[in-house]
Design a protein around this ligand. Structure first.
Ligand SMILES: Cc1cc2nc3c(=O)[nH]c(=O)nc-3n(C[C@H](O)[C@H](O)[C@H](O)COP(=O)(O)O)c2cc1C
Ligand code: SF4
Length: 552
């Protein structure tokens, strides 16, 4: 018997990407109030799937969930806004205007560089924007977000690419080159995935290329959910053609004619920019049928996500596009064998794909010549509002972290005790360790941390670390897909432990906490439950004195 999820993949795939199940669920939950249930049931009938499947998906996401209906404005509850301490005041001001019932929360709007972030009518605001709330409501105010962009070393991703026609010469040339030769170039570059795992890109491309099938997909994972990270957002908004061309090149090599750009719903501006630029590509004849007489067809589909961190995990992301409840899938089969709609699929991160045009233009060897050891090329880094010069930076892999913090970020604005680097599942790096680390996968691993997305959220000296750990457990409990019990239950138990220790006369049993962390680490199916223990263990190791009053 085939697993149920596989059958739903097939049934969802019969409709293909246009008017797909996921988008229709999103539309119905937004539009309908009284007839919502009936419309969702009708949709299930149309797709020949169970009503429970559609209900399971609709009740999962922050934006489609029934209990969140009626929210008009959303306050960011991401880690950087939390440690900046800006959100309580902001929340109060917003509730004053809209009332509690209409005020919701969103997990990280990618405005970590200036905090005070909120979302209203498909637009994000931050910094001093809250002072213009009346103007925003009246539709007379446009956000003036600004952040510093800089580079040290080789600007691979942040360099301006100028005229689009000229830039797409890379694409026109690629279409005339043998696919194996292109693959070889990427192999020589040693490009490793920037989405967290650092997996060599060529392996996936080659595997998918060699898997038989007429229909294949290249999926760009633009669900940048890590609170603190805004590097994918930068690329989508400021360098969209590097991302789009990267997808086209990958698609051409492995034989995929459809590229799916899955962008988080918290980035409405990125969605609009990419939609516009795809139109331009159509007009210029760089995508469509028989592109420039090459015999190759390629087109894009943008999917706007509906608010769920776990959709950044690649198999959950594929289930999400199919309109299934986004639960992490057991591997094998790998997406390159059975991915979207059960077809061979490569999923890559935005930044990984954005490196491809540079690699083809300058050669794989040139890319491999930048960086350190097995970490080649450059890496984007997001620095939060605790830096004197917050912003988005690019540095060669292997650059000392001291250079990034002092030269690029110009040091800390306030006394900082630790940095949470690489998202919620990354390590908690005490400032005393800065001089031991360089910006690359190996250095972070050896130091007992994780490079991840290279986002930096600072924990100021006066911020209670136990409160930060409570936040991490709470985040995981909220975002867990619920497939495996160590994560589903363990994250909630951890949250309760720290909540009680912070608010009541309760001390956490250290043995119990250690058991919980070990169970999460060894028993979780994916890196959400499996990765949460890392920052907690780092905190227990480096900040034992501060945490001691909370422990039995
Ligand atoms: C909980 C969780 C969240 C993730 N979030 C993202 C994400 O937001 N963006 C991303 O590219 N990869 C994310 N990943 C990693 C993906 O599963 C996958 O490894 C990646 O998209 C592959 O692309 P890459 O090889 O280019 O890095 C996440 C993984 C986990 C376990
Ligand atoms: S670890 Fe958590 S998010 Fe990952 S599969 Fe298990 S329940 Fe889902």
């Amino acid at each position: 018997m085939r697993p149920m999820g596989k059958n739903i993949s097939e049934l969802s795939g019969r409709q293909g990407l246009e008017e797909n199940l996921f988008e229709q669920i999103g539309r119905i939950t937004k539009e309908s109030d009284k007839d919502r249930k009936e419309r969702l049931e009708k949709l299930a009938d149309e797709f020949l799937i169970g009503k429970a499947n559609v209900y399971g998906a609709a009740s999962f996401y922050d934006f489609t969930r029934e209990e969140n209906k009626g929210k008009e404005i959303y306050v960011c509850n991401g880690s950087a806004c939390l440690t900046a301490g800006t959100q309580n005041k902001l929340h109060a001001a917003i509730c004053d205007k809209f009332g509690k019932d209409k005020t919701g929360e969103m997990v990280c709007l990618g405005r970590c560089h200036e905090n005070n972030a909120f979302h209203y009518k498909n637009r994000n605001y931050s910094g001093n924007d809250i002072n213009q709330l009346d103007e925003i409501i009246a539709g007379r105010y446009t956000t003036k977000e600004k952040y510093h962009v800089g580079a040290t070393g080789n600007p691979v991703l942040t360099r301006p690419y100028g005229d689009i026609d000229n830039y797409y010469k890379i694409w026109k040339t690629a279409l005339q080159i043998d696919k194996d030769a292109l693959l070889h170039e990427i192999m020589e570059s040693n490009l490793r995935g920037r989405g967290g795992a650092g997996f060599p890109m060529t392996f996936k491309l080659e595997s998918c290329k060699n898997t038989p099938g007429d229909t294949k997909f290249i999926v760009c994972n633009a669900d940048e959910g890590d609170p603190g990270a805004f590097s994918d957002r930068y690329l989508l908004e400021e360098r969209p053609h590097s991302v789009l061309m990267g997808m086209m090149i990958a698609g051409y090599i492995m034989g995929a004619s459809q590229g799916v750009l899955y962008i988080r719903g918290e980035y409405p501006e990125a969605v609009e920019i990419c939609e516009k630029e795809i139109q331009r590509l159509h007009q210029a004849g760089f995508i469509g049928k028989n592109i420039k007489g090459s015999g190759f067809d390629f087109d894009f589909k943008i999917i706007k996500a509906q608010g769920a961190y776990i959709c950044g995990e690649e198999t959950a992301l594929l289930s999400s596009i199919e309109g299934q409840r986004p639960e992490v899938r057991v591997r094998p089969p790998y997406p390159t064998q059975q991915g979207l709609f059960n077809k061979p699929t490569v999923v890559n991160n935005v930044e990984t794909l954005a490196c491809l045009p540079w690699i083809l233009q300058n050669g794989g060897k040139a890319f491999a010549g930048i960086g350190r050891g097995k970490s080649t090329g450059t890496k984007l880094i997001s620095l939060d509002g605790h830096f004197n010069r917050p912003g988005l930076y690019e540095a060669d892999m292997g650059t000392p972290m001291r250079v990034i913090i002092d030269k690029l970020g110009k040091g800390f604005r306030v006394p900082v005790k630790a940095m949470h680097i690489g998202g919620p599942l990354g390590g908690l790096v005490p400032v005393s360790k800065i001089d031991d680390l360089t910006l690359d996968f190996e250095s972070f691993n050896q130091g007992g941390f994780l490079l991840g997305h290279a986002s930096v959220v600072c924990i100021p000296q006066e911020f209670t670390l136990a409160k930060y750990i409570e936040h991490l457990f709470e985040f995981t409990a909220h975002e867990s897909c619920g497939k495996c019990f160590p994560c589903r239950l363990g994250s909630t138990r951890g949250k309760e432990m720290f909540q009680k220790a912070l608010n009541e006369n309760y001390k956490i049993d250290r043995t119990l906490l250690n058991d919980l962390l070990d169970t999460l680490e060894t028993g979780s199916l994916c890196a959400l439950g499996g990765g949460l223990p890392l920052p907690v263990k780092n905190a227990l190791h480096y900040f034992e004195e501060e945490l001691r009053p909370y422990l039995a």
